[in-house]
Design a protein around this ligand. Structure first.
Ligand SMILES: Cc1cc2nc3c(=O)[nH]c(=O)nc-3n(C[C@H](O)[C@H](O)[C@H](O)COP(=O)(O)OP(=O)(O)OC[C@H]3O[C@@H](n4cnc5c(N)ncnc54)[C@H](O)[C@@H]3O)c2cc1C
Length: 540
């Protein structure tokens, strides 16, 4: 009988090798420069160790597994008793363990709940940016945990109890009371069915019950429901108030947080996002009754910075994959990366990413300094919503264009590009959606420190921020103003960290003569294109 298998029909030619086993730090010139310009210049070796670990083929594979095996809800056991637990794949736990060991959840705080010394924010930002390139879903509980201490500051007793368990680095994913664990994670619940942006419409009630409160109501989105406790808004007798709701009551019983469903999401699949009901759940008050919005905004301000960083990370991985592939793929006897039009596309993409990474690292520096420097505090207040708006909005279109650089291969699931693309929109939606960020910028600009800062950015870039006497009162124009402000801040940050040609090209094509609707339409000179391309990845 003739053999029907065991022969090759063809040789696989003209494809790129897999982009893995790379050092995500050392290979990223723009990141290295931004880290150095913002005060963490001496940490290259430490960051390169992290970059090699996250860029390893093994970590890429773990990221894939965590997304291909999404979390499962176990609302009840076989006898009908409530279980209210979520089961994660071991790959998710491994990502959590690695990121917590590196301090992504708490390295910017001390054991007593104070801000850690600079450059703690810049160091964490660099790590967060690299981890986001490989797996973003597990970063949700870590970003909430690190931001939670900012809200808990309104309750010093809770800080004293929680901070020592937040700054430790041994991940414990077991479903056990938080006081038995060495490291805990915290989540957040604000959004209800009838109102997310408008949290004052919350209907969950909080009734005083001895030293604690009893919560009845629901949350429509509660991500990372296996966190050890949640910062939650509810209506107390004195108005909307922030509470800490633990998974276990002090007597060791499971608190009445009933998980109804897990959301079936576009992306962000390794992360569970639940719908919950509170059926007389025990809670501790954080801050005064009636000051809930002010209290939780301290937390949200920090998670917003992480949204921008994560989006920049997604963009970086998409661009690195595009640059890598076009170096190997030949079309019409010429490498794709030598085709003039492909070079224009890649360089135009690279320019936005240069602006984004310079901006987020500058923002991390502002967080590092904002305790002792009023101007840096104003910078963080004004430019956090601008960075979240600008960078998170850039990411989906950016990743789509990078995907197209890989042709059909970019569209299939075995490549990382579809996951990056599906992941991107959520950063613009959660923690305050686009319009809300722009209205925040308008509000910030009404304060003197912030408006002085914006005016000085405009002077440096030789453009005006907004025209017309009523510009700061015109909500309808808030997007164009926020976009311009973010571009100015990117240009200013680039000036401090990147070569002058890059800053000039950014100002020219993003502020003075904006490009067309799609990447590749900006007029960038050939030498700057070459420089931008060389900076994406070291020579193959
Ligand atoms: C995957 C995922 C996980 C999430 N996890 C959590 C979580 O863990 N905890 C939590 O509390 N929430 C969570 N959320 C909810 C998220 O924060 C909200 O969906 C978001 O803040 C928007 O609120 P909303 O859905 O109620 O939309 P709405 O408030 O109805 O807003 C709809 C749109 O209107 C715009 N808008 C609002 N006000 C104005 C205005 N004045 N002028 C012009 N436009 C306006 C908004 O920008 C938005 O685009 C999650 C969401 C997602 C998608």
């Amino acid at each position: 009988m003739p053999q029907l298998s065991g022969f090759e029909t063809h040789e696989v030619l003209n494809q790129s090798p897999r982009y893995e086993d790379v050092d995500l730090f050392t290979s990223d010139v723009a990141l290295r420069e931004a880290v150095a310009a913002n005060g963490a210049g001496g940490a290259e070796d430490e960051l390169a160790t992290f970059g090699r670990h996250w860029g390893s083929a093994e970590t890429f594979a773990i990221g894939r597994l965590a997304n291909e095996n999404p979390p499962k809800l176990h609302a009840f056991d076989d006898k009908g008793h409530r279980r209210d637990t979520v089961e994660y794949h071991p790959a998710y736990h491994r990502l959590m363990r690695d990121s917590i060991a590196a301090g992504l959840h708490g390295s910017t705080w001390t054991e007593s709940g104070e801000r850690a010394a600079p450059p703690a924010e810049v160091m964490r930002a660099a790590r967060f940016y690299m981890a986001a390139q490989v797996e973003t879903g597990h970063l949700c509980p870590l970003t909430m945990t690190r931001a939670a201490l900012a809200a808990l500051a309104a309750a010093p007793d809770l800080v004293a109890e929680c901070a020592p368990k937040i700054v430790t680095r041994d991940y414990d994913g077991d479903f056990r009371p938080w006081w038995e664990k060495s490291t805990i994670t915290l989540g957040m619940g604000m959004t209800e069915k009838q109102g997310g942006t408008d949290v004052r419409a919350n209907t969950t009630t909080a009734t005083p019950a001895g030293e604690a409160y009893s919560l009845v109501g629901h949350k429509w989105f509660l991500s990372a429901p296996m966190s050890d406790a949640f910062l939650v808004l509810a209506q107390a007798p004195g108005g909307l108030t922030c509470f800490l709701v633990p998974r276990f009551r002090p007597d060791g019983s499971v608190n009445a947080i009933h998980l109804q469903r897990l959301k079936d999401k576009l992306g962000n699949r390794s992360n569970a996002s639940s719908e919950v009901e509170f059926a007389n759940a025990s809670a501790w008050r954080v801050g005064d009754e009636g000051s809930g919005v002010r209290t939780i905004l301290q937390m949200v301000q920090m998670t917003r910075v992480d949204c921008a960083m994560a989006s920049a990370g997604l963009m970086r991985m998409a661009l690195a994959q595009a640059r890598h592939h076009t170096r190997y793929r030949t079309v019409f006897q010429k490498k794709l990366c030598d085709q003039p039009l492909m070079r224009s596309v890649l360089a135009d993409l690279a320019l936005d990413l240069e602006g984004a990474i310079a901006f987020v690292m500058r923002l991390a520096r502002a967080l590092d300094r904002s305790n002792d420097d009023m101007r840096e505090a104003a910078y963080a207040r004004l430019l956090t919503p601008a960075a979240k708006y600008w960078i998170c909005k850039l990411a989906p279109a950016f990743i789509y264009e990078a995907m197209e650089c890989l042709g059909g291969n970019g569209y299939v699931e075995e490549s990382l590009l579809p996951r990056l693309y599906r992941e991107a929109p959520v950063n613009a939606i959660w923690e305050g959606s686009g319009n809300v960020m722009c209205l925040d910028v308008l509000r910030a600009l009404r304060r003197k420190e912030e408006s002085d800062l914006a005016a000085s950015l405009a002077r440096e870039c030789a453009v005006s921020l907004a025209s017309g006497p009523d510009a700061l009162g015109n909500e309808a124009a808030a997007r164009s103003l926020t976009e311009k402000l973010a571009r100015m801040a990117s240009a200013e940050a680039l000036k401090a960290s990147a070569p002058a040609e890059i800053t000039s090209a950014f100002v020219e094509t993003r502020l003075l003569a904006p490009r067309g609707a799609f990447y590749g339409s900006a007029h960038i000179d050939a030498a700057t294109i070459a420089l931008l391309l060389d900076r994406i990845l070291p020579p193959a």
